[in-house]
Write a protein of this length. Structure first.
Length: 275
């Protein structure tokens, strides 16, 4: 893999010279992206010692090079026609993934065994963990990393990022429940076991507030085993007082606790948010 990484680095340095006619370069790039597609490599992961996100920049560079080296072509799958540079994933039965008609995932993404894709979309470089449900009209953007046994409820938007290559993608930990129409973008993080009420917007600039103390816990990061809902906090400007969005942590769960969706739904509704 180190040799492949070096080849990608060399191609990246002369990327402006590359064209779809360069079949040797395309073969190298496809070899790198194939590692993402089968799950042998991933764009980003969390360092267990520091808790920080480690981005494997060369794999992002490989994805960007793939777009440069691939020509636009017409693809027919069943009754559907597409015009794109990247094909869709296939072989779902062998992969042990249930895919409902209307769902699609680009080649170069990885969907682990036992996952379920309702009519939804997973972009290149993204990773969806084992047993995760990507519900109706949810999207998982390029390079986003979604853990195992996660439920992305209907209409959830998990933002993607390809450029700049060193930018951290969205990271969703294992065992999370992301409520309907939540938007998680700009490299935001949701810790393991957390629950987000419907409609919460989380980016790196959104403050996360502890409901019990009023303390700001950070920005763009929900702590593990937390229940958070969308809220606002007042800010005064020349034109008056306005409510700016924040994420409000209303409950801490016991680490390792299995989600009782009935109890969580009751809790969220008490705070004006459903799952």
């Amino acid at each position: 893999m180190a040799d492949l990484q070096a080849q990608i680095a060399e191609l990246w340095e002369r990327r402006t010279e590359l064209t779809p006619d360069d079949l040797d370069a395309l073969a190298v790039v496809r070899e790198a992206v194939a590692l993402l597609d089968c799950g042998e490599a991933r764009v980003a992961e969390i360092d267990v010692d520091t808790g920080e996100v480690v981005v494997h920049v060369w794999l992002k560079q490989a994805i960007l090079l793939l777009f440069r080296l691939s020509a636009l072509e017409t693809m027919e799958i069943g009754p559907f026609e597409f015009a794109d540079r990247i094909p869709l994933k296939r072989g779902w039965a062998e992969a042990g993934v249930r895919v409902v008609p209307g769902a699609s995932a680009r080649w170069g993404s990885f969907i682990d065994r036992g996952a379920v894709l309702m009519p939804s979309y997973v972009n290149i470089g993204a990773r969806v963990g084992a047993g995760t449900m990507v519900d109706t009209w949810a999207t998982v953007g390029s390079c986003a990393q979604v853990g195992a046994n996660v439920h992305l409820s209907g209409g959830v938007g998990i933002g993607g990022v390809l450029e700049p290559p060193q930018a951290s993608p969205v990271m969703i930990g294992d065992d999370c429940l992301i409520g309907s129409r939540c938007m998680i973008t700009e490299g935001a993080r949701v810790g393991q076991g957390s629950v987000l009420g419907a409609g919460l917007i989380l980016s790196r600039s959104i403050p996360v507030i502890d409901a019990e103390t009023g303390a700001e816990l950070g920005r763009g990061e929900i702590p593990p085993w937390s229940v958070a809902v969308t809220a606002t906090r007042p800010r005064t400007y020349g034109g008056g007082e306005f409510g700016l969005p924040c994420a409000l942590v209303i409950r801490r769960l016991v680490e390792g606790e299995r989600h009782d969706k009935g109890q969580l739904e009751t809790l969220l509704r008490q705070h004006g948010a459903g799952a």
